[in-house]
Design a protein around this ligand. Sequence first.
Ligand code: HEC
Length: 195
Amino acid sequence: MKRMVFLLALVCTAAGFGVLQAAAPDSPSGTPQYSGDNHLLRPENYREWIYLSSGMNMNYGPAASDHDMFTNVFVPQWAYQAFLKSGKWPDKTIFVVEERGAESKGSINKQGHYQSTDLMGIGVEVKDEGRFPDKWAYFNFGSDTKSAQAAPKGACWRCHEDHAAVEHTFVQFYPTLKPVAQKFGTYRQEREKVE
Ligand code: HEC
């Protein structure tokens, strides 16, 4: 009997711990983390964040790419929840766009593409108003890069500034966020114009 009580106590403790763990915020990696020299640390668990959408072979210039690729976009839970309530991104929101190779021949597939295990790299965007004079900053990570310094303004910031529909983000391509932003009046409809 004593043994039973002990076991029961153990199970309850474990269950309680599980609940606590589930309720814990998804930080520190749900907010931008830097090393002392203002380099952004690679966000490790972004695959547990909210998935916004995928692009396939998206290309914004005249030159066609020679390989097929998917882009998958993620944002942390806490920032997503704030966006649902306001149509705006809170300070310290972080986004990941993951680049993955596309495959077409494998298993039972006869047509179309699926994503490969081949991670080509990730692009990261942060809204960090206190740290960066331009408020938004951009970072490129190769498949193994652990930290990165902010990219020059012309490399990323400019295109996001000039073409994104909500603040610096391409909500025109994220089907579940677009109606939210439209509802709150934060959506720039003109950014949908075909160029
Ligand atoms: C010529 C325009 C252009 C440039 C330059 C550009 N991006 Fe983007 N970016 C886009 C578009 C369009 C999307 C939406 C992609 C999708 O739906 O898959 C996007 C999406 C993103 C996202 C997902 C969140 C969001 O803002 O919608 C991140 C993160 C990102 N880009 C990072 C970068 C980084 C880092 C660089 C520089 C190395 C960069 N981008 C350069 C056009 C650009």
